[in-house]
Write a protein that binds this ligand. Structure first.
Ligand SMILES: C[S@@+](CC[C@H](N)C(=O)[O-])C[C@H]1O[C@@H](n2cnc3c(N)ncnc32)[C@H](O)[C@@H]1O
Length: 273
């Protein structure tokens, strides 16, 4: 990457990819980072943007990315040469972190984001780009059906309407038997804040887009009752980070029976064979 580009081509929900990129890249730039991601740092430094409006950097998005990478590595170890679909991939650099020589990687995001990816990220034969909505089932046809697929949706479903998420989950399970879906969710109190008239402000210069879809751990575990083609939903523990994010006592507190339904969660849903 030899020049800078203006990040203001990304707006609304698509600009949130600059928030998560910034958090991963700031983490990767630290002396003893929890994530090794030189490409994210390069991307971050190439995109000229008012990143400060997102407030103080947080480890959360690097930790979530590490959980998704672990799910991808595990899936690919059990199904060598399988496909990974990354829905709402944004400026994620998971493909290069996972670095699996056999994987077929399907990258789905809206056209303005895909344009930035094309401009700034290395071209790879293993990556199929789908500049389309995750809700547009046309991308389904890009997924080879010789192996069970892993679908990753990091920081995506909360921006959709609940009906859209339920319909998508139903269609994914029907279309990709034996596959799995990694996704994260926000609790309802957080969702309500984002859709309230005052909204959720990270700083006085940045209000997050509305996040109408919420799901807690109990709700995620109950998905199979609503969608029988999803046979099981595992709660994925957040990897340990630095400071409070690595503190065993605080982590067990966040996992206490009532509290665990009030925090964000990560789920791995399994589709029937
Ligand atoms: C919070 S960012 C997360 C990006 C990336 N997954 C990550 O973890 O860094 C949300 C992403 O979802 C994308 N997005 C929003 N609506 C979408 C849709 N209908 N279809 C596909 N992508 C969408 C945005 O463009 C943005 O890249």
């Amino acid at each position: 990457m030899t020049r800078t580009i203006d990040g203001n081509s990304l707006r609304g929900v698509s600009a949130t990819t600059l928030w998560t990129l910034r958090n991963r890249a700031e983490e990767a730039k630290r002396p003893a980072p929890i994530i090794d991601d030189p490409l994210a740092v390069e991307l971050y430094e190439t995109i000229d943007y008012d990143y400060e409006k997102f407030g103080k950097p947080s480890q959360s998005h690097a930790l979530r990315a590490l959980a998704a990478d672990a799910a991808a590595r595990d899936h690919l170890a059990r199904h060598p040469g399988a496909s990974v679909v990354n829905l709402g991939e944004g400026l994620q650099t998971s493909f290069w972190r996972v670095a699996d020589p056999k994987v077929a990687w399907i990258s789905v995001d809206l056209a303005p984001v895909m344009e930035v990816r094309r401009e700034l990220l290395p071209r790879e034969e293993q990556i199929v780009e789908c500049p389309t909505s995750a809700l547009d089932r046309a991308w389904f046809d890009e997924v080879p059906d010789d192996q069970p697929v892993l679908i990753i949706a990091e920081g995506l479903f909360m921006y959709f309407e609940p009906d859209e998420v339920w319909a998508l989950l139903t269609d994914l399970a029907a279309r990709f038997p034996g596959g799995s879906l990694f996704f994260d969710s926000i609790p309802s109190w957080f969702s309500k804040k984002t859709v309230s008239p005052n909204g959720l402000h990270l700083t006085d210069r940045y209000r997050t887009p509305p996040m109408p879809f919420s799901l807690n751990i109990v709700g995620a575990a109950a998905i199979p009752k609503r969608i029988p083609a999803i046979t099981r939903v595992d709660d994925v523990p957040m990897p340990r980070g630095r400071g409070p994010w690595g503190n065993a006592l605080l982590m067990s507190f966040a996992d206490a029976p009532v509290l665990k339904n009030l925090r964000p969660s990560i789920s791995l849903a399994h589709f029937a064979e």
